[in-house]
Design a protein around this ligand. Structure first.
Ligand SMILES: *Cc1c(COP(=O)(O)O)cnc(C)c1O
Length: 252
């Protein structure tokens, strides 16, 4: 679900801070900015980062993409991607003149392979119908689960058109795992969907600071259940999930 990027960018601008958008799962989502619908990744901040991991709506097997409108950053990213090499091998091979590259900075091998890129370009052609089907399925979940007591549904703000990468409902924290287990017993796989880095051993107390309590994130981790949602989920399969979820919530 897109965040209120317009507000975040305005706030960051007032303080001279660059905004780096975690758009990892946002390909195909849109937000309204100044009365106009715009794609996530335009970018709205300085850089937007996308993931093409298999769990995402558009996948190249793995890997990702950065977008920026800052020409200097773009040039730096291209250097960092390919060993800090000033002139790419493709340009050198195509040149009628001998060119020697230089290495102005320490770079890496972050290249996406041509094969992955070719897959990505084909996937991109399918993006609009994929998003349309997901939005249809999300609408069916919203309608089918509207009256279930003990279940809070996700809300799409007026100014957002999410790709529904994730459709997560909320339940009482004490019932989250019970409901997930109940569904798994019926062959329906769900996920918590939300993780809090500050609760993980990798980031022990003392290694981070927060301005206040982080209860919103903690509540989300304890109460969210991401339901199955993929473009070739059939209506009948989804109806079964809705029915089993209703039963699981009532039984938990
Ligand atoms: C998937 C995801 C990531 C991680 O993407 P990788 O390609 O595995 O690095 C980061 N942030 C969000 C919000 C994601 O959905």
């Amino acid at each position: 679900m897109p965040c209120d990027l317009a507000a975040i960018v305005a706030l960051a601008d007032r303080h001279g801070l660059p905004v780096i958008e975690d758009a990892a799962c946002a390909i195909g989502s849109r937000i309204q900015v100044g009365g106009e619908w715009q794609r996530i990744g335009r970018p709205h901040g300085r850089i937007a980062c996308f993931s093409f991991h298999p769990r995402k709506l558009l996948s190249t097997g793995d890997g990702g993409m950065l977008t920026t409108s800052d020409a200097a950053l773009d040039a730096t990213f291209r250097l960092l991607r390919q060993h800090g090499m000033s002139v790419s091998d493709t340009v050198r091979h195509a040149s009628a003149h001998v060119i020697s590259e230089s290495y102005p900075l320490v770079g890496y091998n972050y290249r996406m392979t041509d094969i992955q890129a070719a897959i990505g370009r084909e996937q991109l052609k399918r993006l609009a119908p994929l998003v349309a089907r997901r939005r249809e399925l999300a609408g069916r979940y919203l309608a089918g689960l509207r009256d279930v007591r003990g279940l809070a549904l996700p809300h799409e703000p007026e100014w957002a058109r999410t790709n529904w990468q994730t459709f997560a409902v909320r339940v009482a924290p004490s019932r989250q795992l019970l409901i997930m287990q109940h569904l798994l017993d019926e062959g329906i796989s769900t996920r918590r969907g939300v993780m809090n880095v500050h609760l993980e051993a990798a980031y022990p107390a003392g290694s981070w600071r927060a301005a206040g309590a982080l209860t919103r994130g903690e509540e989300a981790q304890a109460s969210a259940i991401a339901l199955p949602l993929f473009h070739d989920l059939a209506d009948g399969q989804q109806d079964r999930i809705i029915e089993l979820l209703q039963g699981a919530v009532a039984a938990a």
